[in-house]
Every structure is written in C-alpha cells, then in structure tokens.
Design a binder for this molecule. Sequence first.
Ligand SMILES: C[S@@+](CC[C@H](N)C(=O)[O-])C[C@H]1O[C@@H](n2cnc3c(N)ncnc32)[C@H](O)[C@@H]1O
Length: 249
Amino acid sequence: MSAGWLAIAGLGPGDEALVTCEVTAALAQATDVIGYIPYVARVAAREGLTLHPTDNRVELDRAAHALELAAQGSRVVVVSSGDPGVFAMASAVFEAVEAGPAPWRDLDIRVLPGITAMLAASARAGAPLGHDFCAINLSDNLKPWALIEKRLRLAAEADFAMAFYNPRSKARPEGFARVLDVLREACGEDRPILFARAVTTPEEALTITTLGKATSEMADMRTMVIVGSSQTRIIDRVGPPILYTPRSA
Ligand SMILES: C[S@@+](CC[C@H](N)C(=O)[O-])C[C@H]1O[C@@H](n2cnc3c(N)ncnc32)[C@H](O)[C@@H]1O
C-alpha cells in the first residue's frame, strides 16, 4: 500500500475558531487539498501544498481525483463546510470507493468531523433541537420533490423539530414556498421557525418568527431553517429572543 492517505474534513460553519485541531493538523500535513471553490478558498496557500478548487456539480469526479492522488502517495484532504458526513463529500468519496478499482478499498481514508450548520444555528438561537429532531435536505437535485413532501408530512406528523439544509436557490426559488405551505398545513400558523443565515460569519443574521409570518424570501442558500416541534417555545426578552425545545415531550 502507498504511504498516501485521504482525509475528508469538515471546516465548520465559517468561523476559524470552530475548525477542530484535528482538521488543522491534517491540513498542515497535506500535499493536496480538494473541494468546492469557496471551501478551498478557506485554506491558506503554502509551499508544498497544491489547491484543487472545483465546481460544486462534480462531486464524484472530485472524489475519484482525491482517491487517485492518495493511491499515488499524496496526502490529500477533501474539504467540506460544516461536517463532511452531512450532505457533503464523505458519502461521495465512499460511493467512488465502492464503484472504483479494488485497491482504493485498502487506502488510509479518515473522516474528520466538523460542526454542522444545524448545530451552529441551533446554538446561536438557544436550543431548538433539545428534544427529538430530524434533518432534511430540501434540494431536489438528488431526489424528487414528491419524496421531500412525503418526508415533511411524516416528520410533522411524528412531531419532530426539523432542520432544513439547502432551503432555497436561484435555480429553484418556488420550492421553498411550497415547503412553507406544507408545513403551515401540517403544523399550523403559530409554530416557531428560525432562519439562521451565514452563521458564525460576519454576514450572520438570525430571524425567529412563526410559520404564519414566514415568507420564502427569508431563506437563501446560505440559510439554515429550523422549525420547532409542537413543544418548542420562544422566550421574549430585551434583545434577541431565545428559541428552545424542552427536554421532555
Ligand atoms: C450542501 S449543504 C452542506 C452542509 C455542511 N456539510 C454542514 O454540515 O453544515 C449546504 C447548506 O448548509 C447550510 N449552511 C452551511 N453553512 C451555513 C452557515 N454558516 N450558516 C447557515 N447555514 C449554513 C445551508 O442550508 C446550505 O444551503
């Protein structure tokens, strides 16, 4: 086996203070860093390190490239934002391993966790995920809308708090309006909802409101949306309100 290795690392939600020491150490040892352009831009250039920024739509090609380099003896870090196992590159790498040449299975591959956007957003607002919850990716790039709607309705019926990634993009602006309609129908107008944009970055903005007052323009691709369960409460106070879900249902 070659001395190369592949680390699939999470850079956290944005603030450098939230990058783990383990990820920093892997980046310091790397010969190659591979990932979506804005994530690779977060890695400082240095001698002996080659940066490979690529477009977001080429996940499997990017994974295969990383595996090829590691098989040739390179020390490769594939970077994702947040956690690499949450709607990100870790699954793409393992899909490539499963479909690829047999020697790839014997490579030294490690997944280095990061703070996912859902947890960073939740922490900023209080503790909306303090009881049972689920996470759903609202992008219909990789699954049909009918499946998204089914999962929304069943999650609402099970009374989970819900964390939504990829709520809205320029390419599909109407989808999130439909999501809000489904949620209003299933959960009622008074249910708390959090819009947490660009959390832990200088552009951070938080809005806590209700489904009845929520509009689809409140979300974009840099926003994490969290809808409470029937038990989730808003504590009003001077300054930003606190959103939390009690420990018991
Ligand atoms: C393709 S997913 C990647 C998720 C990432 N692997 C993670 O664990 O956070 C991208 C989505 O994550 C959410 N997201 C990522 N960073 C965020 C941040 N700093 N603030 C709010 N939402 C964020 C947004 O919903 C965005 O559309």
